[in-house]
Design a protein around this ligand. Structure first.
Ligand code: PLI
Length: 474
């Protein structure tokens, strides 16, 4: 792959002292493959109609290149697969739990580990133990399941991310940053703020990072108000990589070192093990406060499983502990984020409108600029994801008005400024050639002269509607 701005090794000089472009490659080779198949246009049209124009409802066998999500879709290493054979499936006190606990303490730094089946399990427990009806939870942009659990526990979510995060073309290097003035306003005016929810990176803004300086400032502000900070650490290692590449004074530090400092500004975290930690299932809740951890352990046995497995098999905990070790290696992160940047560079050079700067786990297409005349309530991003699938069998995900859902108080659609389609890159799964095919397909859809008219929603589930909603073309 060609060098990119943030992930390149130092440029080499030839004898003539001219700068020479050097490529890099992934720090792994492939040991096992899974066949995938390209379908015909007619097959894809039939599959899309059967799926109600919702890419979540497609069968994966009908997908050629699956960029729906990076969640649980990573390829595990041989060392992780070997770990599966060492699963201690005791109901209580599995040795894999203690290995995981030790690994999380070492790399994330929190005192208590409460395992859960995946991220939303941790969000549920955290929301239940901290939130009281009528509370306000500020955060740097919403995430679907996180906000759902906050609202389900009776809170109102308030977005305190910087304005640049809502502008797909703003090149701010840390678009995930909290706007400290907005946060202070909430802290001083809201009746009760149980905690501040800090996500790193910010998924719905395009996988955008938070700077160390901003995390430190959030910590200081919250300490003055006596409010804890809870991190959504789902992609915090990717966030650490961006800090290394973009924040002054951090270039010579390791991701692992930056991660530790970042987490030290927070009081606990929810984690989806299905992202950074390179496993197909799993998650956890971490807390520093002993009494709060006790409360969480009391609840985890009701909803997830015993406090030493929380819904995971022993082998899953072992694979996750090993995945964490691999995820904090700089070489891994260089290749992981580098592949996303590679796709971003291809699309930008073809003039395709994407969110900039390119984020950590995905390329986000700006559906408004694909279909400038389509009203937002005709679901431009949902339509674009459908058109991408029709073109070459690439599966993407809507991240716009459908994902944003409805305001719990008024029942009206949320109308987010960002109307995006996410091309999410699973870790260690696809090659550079797959990225080339994706870029060519996106370019073809962008330039096609016939523009679709949009969609109408014909079935709307009550909760997290984007997963199962059905649509028809207008
Ligand atoms: O999918 P879970 O329940 O393991 O994790 C929920 C979750 C929490 N926070 C963040 C930032 C996420 O991205 C997240 C899950 N994300 C999914 C499924 C995604 O496709 O992005």
């Amino acid at each position: 792959m060609p060098n990119s701005s943030t992930s390149s090794p130092p440029p080499l000089r030839t004898a003539g002292q001219q700068l020479r472009r050097r490529s890099w490659a992934e720090p792994w080779k492939i040991k096992m493959v899974e066949p995938i198949r390209l379908t015909t246009a007619d097959q894809r049209a039939a599959a899309l109609t059967a799926a109600g124009y919702n890419t979540f409802l497609l069968r994966s066998e009908d997908v050629y290149i699956d960029l729906l999500t990076d969640s649980g879709t990573s390829a595990m290493s041989d060392w992780q697969w070997a770990g599966l054979m060492l699963g201690d499936e005791a109901y209580a006190g599995s040795k894999n739990f203690y290995h995981l606990e030790d690994t999380v303490r070492r790399h994330y730094g929190y005192r208590h580990l409460i395992p859960t089946h995946q991220g939303r399990g941790a969000e549920h427990i955290l929301s239940q133990i901290l939130i009281r009806p009528g509370d306000t939870v500020p955060g740097n942009m919403y995430f679907t399941t996180t906000r759902y659990h906050q609202e389900h526990a009776g809170a109102r979510f308030v977005d305190v991310v910087i304005d640049a995060a809502h502008d797909p073309a703003d090149p701010h290097p840390f678009k995930g940053n909290v706007d400290l003035a907005k946060l202070e306003h909430v802290l001083t005016t809201a009746e009760r703020v149980p905690y501040v929810c800090l996500a790193a990176t910010v998924n719905m803004a395009g996988g955008q990072p938070v700077s160390l300086a901003n995390a430190r400032a959030v910590r200081e502000l919250c300490s003055r108000h006596g409010v804890p900070v809870m991190l959504d650490a789902t992609r915090a290692v990717e966030n650490a990589w961006f800090i290394k590449c973009r924040e002054p004074g951090c270039a010579d530090r390791t991701c692992a070192d930056i991660l530790r400092e970042f987490c030290s500004y927070t009081d606990g975290c929810t984690m989806s093990g299905k992202k950074d930690p390179l496993v197909n299932i799993g998650g956890w809740l971490s807390l520093n406060d002993d009494a709060l951890a006790d409360k969480a352990r009391n609840l985890v046995v009701v909803y997830e499983g015993l406090h030493t497995y929380g819904g995971m098999a022993g082998r899953d905990m072992e694979a996750m502990a090993r995945g964490i070790e691999e995820s904090v290696q700089d070489d891994h992160m260089r290749a992981r984020v580098g592949q996303v940047e590679y796709l971003g560079e291809l699309l930008q050079s073809a003039g395709v409108p994407i969110v900039v700067p390119v984020g950590g786990h995905a390329i986000y297409l700006d559906a408004r600029r694909f279909y400038p005349d389509m009203p937002q309530d005709q679901f431009p991003a949902q339509m674009l994801a459908a058109e991408l699938y029709l073109d070459a069998g690439v599966r993407a995900m809507e991240r716009g008005i459908v994902s944003a859902g409805r305001d719990v108080r008024t029942g009206q659609h949320h109308f987010p400024k960002l109307e995006l389609v996410r091309l999410t890159i699973p870790r260690r799964v696809y090659t550079q050639a797959h990225m080339d095919v994706v870029a060519e397909s996106v370019e073809a859809v962008y330039h096609q002269p016939r523009k679709p008219r949009g969609l109408r929603m014909v079935y709307e589930p009550e909760y997290l509607r984007f997963f199962q909603a059905r649509f028809e073309p207008i």
